[in-house]
Design a protein around this ligand. Structure first.
Ligand code: NAP
Length: 342
């Protein structure tokens, strides 16, 4: 029997990815932090092909050892999505940087220790944040590509929470490529990293669309929960990609060697949070007067202040069309409204 190990199985992107894997007949080991999460994820998927294991804290340098020791040569592919994605913290090193970096290093060290002969593919979920620092997202004269890197140092990354998230993704992704270089002769696996922009689109399960959502789910949910007159962040802008496209991109490298050694940049269109507000206000008349309108029409000017991107190499490799912004927002809004009506 062989397995795909997916870390962070309680997460937004991981659950869409696990869904595709199970539909394709893969057997999956998902890791979660607590037994309570294991029970709830097991209930959602209700599949004999999914087993859940506990990895309580990514920051521990041997966090994944017990899982790899248990399944060792049965693990054929690894998809590492788990990482802190939140901005409500003050200890940037211990709550953001170290979990991201140690968690990634731990997965790779465990593979080397227990599953070096069986693991063929590692897919690491990186981010647009590994392409540019927070200011670098707002440089319309620059173009982000598969070759671009966030230049920040550790000292830059501990300045504020945004820099810390951007740094966490950059240092963790860099360490995956370095690990491969340092250990090439002892490892069989090929690495693919996935760098998505802001990920929008529905939760994998309608049950998960109630209450507070993950960071990027809150972009749409926050507008639905806003009150008339609330401020809509006029500085939140960048590139968007639908979560279902991100999930597909995590699975393809398991099946096609052309993804080996590639860094995939998952961005579809540039957008501003104001565009999400405008779209909802224009297309959901039943919400008229109940939610904030922000600064209608300002999105175009905000987007013009963001960096351009060119991910034609990634698009060519993936070979499928990305879900458009309107579809992605519509599917999220419909899911959230339905879930909160019940
Ligand atoms: P998410 O729903 O918050 O998932 C994050 C996962 O990581 C959860 O399973 C979470 O467990 C786990 N995790 C976080 N901190 C941990 C820790 N210290 N120890 C153990 N587990 C921990 O977010 P997501 O959007 O799916 O993000 C998945 C990946 O995509 C991340 O690597 C993120 O950086 C990357 N990404 C996301 C976006 C986006 O817009 N969403 C964009 C680019 C890249 P709990 O459920 O227990 O908290």
């Amino acid at each position: 029997m062989s397995f795909v190990l997916v870390s962070g199985a309680s997460g937004y992107i991981a659950q869409h990815t696990i869904r595709i894997l199970l539909e394709k007949g893969y057997k999956v080991i998902g890791t979660v932090r607590t037994q309570e999460k294991a029970d709830s994820v097991a209930q959602l998927f209700n599949s004999d092909n999914l087993v859940l294991e506990l990895v309580p804290e990514l920051a521990k340098i041997d966090a994944f050892d017990h899982v790899f020791e248990k399944y060792n040569t049965q693990i054929k592919h690894v998809i590492h999505t788990a990482s802190p994605v939140r901005y409500n913290m003050t200890d940037f090193e211990n709550e953001m940087l170290l979990p991201a970096i140690n968690g990634t290093r731990s997965v790779l060290e465990s593979i080397k220790k227990f599953s070096a002969d069986s693991v063929e593919t590692v897919v690491y979920t990186s981010s647009i944040s590994a392409l540019a620092n927070p200011a670098g997202i707002f440089k319309p004269e620059t173009t982000l590509t598969e070759e671009t890197w966030n230049p920040d140092t550790w000292n830059d990354a501990i300045k504020d929470v945004h820099s810390a998230y951007y740094g966490s993704k950059t240092f963790a992704e860099r360490s995956t490529w370095e690990f491969i270089k340092e250990n090439r002769d002892q490892l069989k696996f090929q690495l693919t990293t996935i760098c998505p922009g802001y990920v929008l689109g529905p939760q994998a399960f309608d049950e998960n669309a109630k209450g507070a959502l993950c960071y990027s789910g809150e972009l749409v949910n926050g507008i639905l929960n806003s009150k008339p007159g609330d401020v809509i962040d006029q500085h939140l802008a960048g590139s968007f990609i639908d979560v279902r496209d991100v999930a597909k991109a995590h699975v393809l490298p398991l099946e096609d060697p052309k993804f080996a050694g590639q860094r995939l940049v998952l961005m579809n269109e540039r957008f501003a949070l104001q565009d999400v507000a405008d779209f909802i206000n224009e297309n959901y008349p039943e919400l008229k007067g109940k939610i904030s309108v922000g600064n209608p029409g300002a999105g175009k000017d905000i987007v013009a202040t963001t960096s351009k991107y060119d991910n034609s190499k990634t698009r060519k490799l993936l070979g499928f069309e990305f879900v458009p912004f309107e579809q992605s927002v519509t599917d999220s809004v419909n899911q959230i409204l339905a879930a909160n009506k019940e």
